[in-house]
Design a protein around this ligand. Structure first.
Ligand SMILES: [Zn+2]
Length: 355
């Protein structure tokens, strides 16, 4: 069954982790065994061959580059222009992968329909479709840059990532959008882009939801009722998103799945973390909204972590293909399983993307 993964940081992995995602995963892992610059060296779970093996034929893939102002301890670029240049390097990598027939950019409803049809019985080495998404908008030097990004196929924007941002306040921060953030949303509305509310702090979340008229999704978010943290969506937010027709992609980052995870200390085994746990989050959203319509998968599996921070029964992204059976066992009908694995996100994009 085809899988739609609503959140992967493919270009970040290619350029900052120096991973050639066309290669077999074992080879990627082996080549970085001796490296210690990133916590997940030798433990990555995502590459194109594994995506194809798991039938991940569609995804939302990011551009990501933070601008940090003096005093901000988070890693990032010291000017928006540097951050913009980083995202343009990422775009160049996506283009190179398109030229190689590895990826195909999904900009319109027509592109989407073509990709869905292709993956009904995909040929060997079928290109993986990606919707380009910007995680954190700090790299937009001006609103003109958003227009240019749209012309390059950018279709979704999450205004903030971790910490304080130029256009909104993100995870672990507080506060609203400010003048710049409100202008950004107006411009996104004009271009009819997707607002990604993942990573918005509560203040910014509610302000953005109130102001924005266009389509909204949460590409990679889990439930605060199950694992308390401001990064997660609370029940009121989930209900409000459902009212807006949003789809919430549930993520596989371990600390978002089980409570009391301590970074660098807890292990998937010590927490007893299994893939099943994501279904508990999916199911919570279904129970809360009364339907299966608003859930999907936004795995985030290459978001700066590897198997040290994923369910112990997951080795690669191909293991997502075990969800249909697991969902079936939890009482999801075949129609509902399809909705979770790809149907909801495809339906959402059928109306969110331009003609
Ligand atoms: Zn993220």
């Amino acid at each position: 069954m085809m899988i739609f993964d609503a959140h992967l940081d493919l270009a970040m992995n290619a350029l900052e982790w120096n991973r050639d995602l066309r290669r077999p995963l074992e080879e990627i892992r082996e080549r970085e065994r001796a490296s210690t610059d990133k916590p997940d060296r030798g433990r990555g779970t995502v590459c194109f061959p594994e995506m194809r093996r798991g039938q991940v034929g569609l995804c939302a893939a990011t551009q990501i580059a933070r601008h940090v102002k003096p005093g901000n301890p988070l890693p990032g670029w010291f000017s928006p222009e540097q951050a913009w240049a980083q995202t343009q390097g990422q775009l160049a990598w996506y283009r190179a992968m398109e030229e190689q027939g590895e990826l195909v950019q999904i900009r319109s409803r027509e592109d989407l329909a073509r990709q869905v049809a292709l993956w009904e019985s995909p040929p060997e080495h079928a290109p993986i479709g990606y919707v380009l998404s910007l995680e954190g908008a700090d790299s937009l030097v001006s609103l003109r840059h958003l227009e240019r990004a749209y012309a390059s196929g950018l279709r979704a924007v999450g205004p903030a990532h971790y910490g304080p941002g130029t256009y909104a306040q993100g995870t672990d921060a507080t506060g609203g959008l400010g003048i710049k953030g409100r202008e950004l949303l107006r411009e996104m509305d004009r271009l009819s882009m997707i607002l990604d509310v993942t990573h918005l702090c509560d203040d910014s979340f509610w302000e953005a939801l109130g102001l924005y008229h266009g389509p909204v999704w949460a590409s990679h978010s889990n439930c605060r009722a199950l694992v308390p943290h401001n990064r997660q969506l609370n029940d009121a937010q989930i209900r409000a998103l459902a009212e807006r027709g949003a789809v919430i992609g549930c993520a596989l980052d371990s600390w978002m799945l089980v409570p009391d995870w301590v970074h660098g200390k807890t292990t998937p085994a010590s927490a007893g973390l299994k893939l099943e746990q994501i279904i508990t989050h999916l199911d919570h959203i279904c129970q809360l909204t009364g339907r299966v319509r608003h859930v999907g998968i936004g795995s985030d599996l290459d978001g700066g972590f590897g198997t040290e921070q994923t369910p112990q029964d997951l080795d690669t992204i191909a293991d997502l293909s075990r969800f249909p059976e697991m969902l079936g066992k939890r009482g999801f009908s075949e129609t509902d399983v399809k909705a979770v694995m790809h149907g909801n996100l495809i339906r959402f994009l059928e109306s969110a993307l331009p003609e």
